[in-house]
Write a protein that binds this ligand. Structure first.
Ligand code: AMP
Length: 286
């Protein structure tokens, strides 16, 4: 695996591959890699001739400075993992490379950034859009891979790519879970043993909510989810929403929508976890 920290060297490596008609795949991450990240790399390796992954903990997408400071950084293990799955290139820029000047750009994604995550993490998607734009310019991939784990992020990036005509295809990969159902996340390693044991309750609640949704009104499902999680006082529910998987508009009657997602965010011992499931498990978003 080749490791680059500057844009010039990265582009010198990629350019001839692209010129020769090879497909370049890109998987941006913030590191602390787990099997979820590696599933994106595996998909990219299957589809593309050259796979670039980046690791950069992007400060502009952290609305909570404490979260940024404590975000796990495990670069040597990450690098070994990427090498072991035969990722071709690791791009590891620092703040100077990504933000030589303070970024002043402001995006407005309207509803997409005011609902769910956006409501509780002001400025988060602006930071995501800035860093993804920069990375897409730097790497110039044919296909970029993201996870359904961050469904709203994928929706915002889809809008970004359309609005700015980035010549890239986006792929949304399914959520990889631990054996007990907990969605893999870099933040999971910050959970205490007690909280780690409780954490799968989020996924189990989503699974129950999926069944409730087929029999109850959306409002009743919302109440049932809140009541169910209240049994576990260590979990502080931030939001539970049933939304159209493409527009993220809140759904009031599931029969009117083809693709519905059930999305949840909660704190567990000060660690913020998010998860989502499709109402109909065979759903994919593009
Ligand atoms: P992050 O390092 O958290 O910024 O995540 C990098 C990419 O990996 C994002 O596109 C995430 O949606 C994706 N990802 C994170 N966790 C998972 C997971 N459990 N399964 C699949 N993809 C994931």
């Amino acid at each position: 695996m080749h490791l680059y920290t500057d844009v010039g060297s990265l582009q010198s490596h990629i350019k001839p591959f692209r010129a020769a008609g090879n497909k370049i795949g890109f998987v941006p991450t913030m590191g602390a890699l787990h099997a979820g990240h590696l599933s994106l790399i595996a998909q990219a390796l299957q589809d593309c001739d050259l796979v670039v992954s980046s690791i950069y903990v992007n400060p502009t997408q952290f609305n909570n400075p404490h979260d940024l400071i404590h975000y796990p950084r495990t670069i040597s293990t990450d690098s070994q993992l990427l090498e072991s799955v035969k990722c071709d290139i690791l791009f590891l820029p620092d703040d100077q490379v990504m933000y030589p000047d303070k970024s002043r750009l402001k995006f407005d994604f309207g509803y997409l950034e005011t609902t769910m995550e956006g409501k509780y993490r002001p400025g988060h998607f602006n930071g995501v859009a800035i860093v993804v734009s920069k990375l897409l310019h730097m790497v110039n991939p044919n296909i970029a891979y993201f996870g359904q784990k961050d469904l709203q992020q994928f929706t915002v990036i889809r809008q970004l790519v359309k609005d700015l005509s980035f010549p890239v295809q986006l792929v949304c990969c399914p959520i990889i879970r631990e054996k007990d159902g907990l969605a893999m996340s870099s933040r999971n390693m910050r959970l205490t043993t007690e909280h780690r044991a409780i954490a799968p309750a989020l996924y189990h609640t989503l699974q129950m909510a999926r069944e409730w949704a087929l029999e109850m009104s959306v409002e009743a499902v919302r109440h049932a989810v809140t009541a169910h999680l209240a049994i576990t006082p260590q979990i502080q529910l931030e939001y539970f929403e049933m939304v159209d998987s493409y527009t993220l508009q809140a759904v009031e009657d599931i029969t009117l929508y083809e693709k519905v997602s059930l999305c949840i965010a909660a704190y567990l011992g000060g660690i913020r976890l998010i998860d989502n499931v499709f109402l109909y498990p065979v759903t994919r978003v593009y």
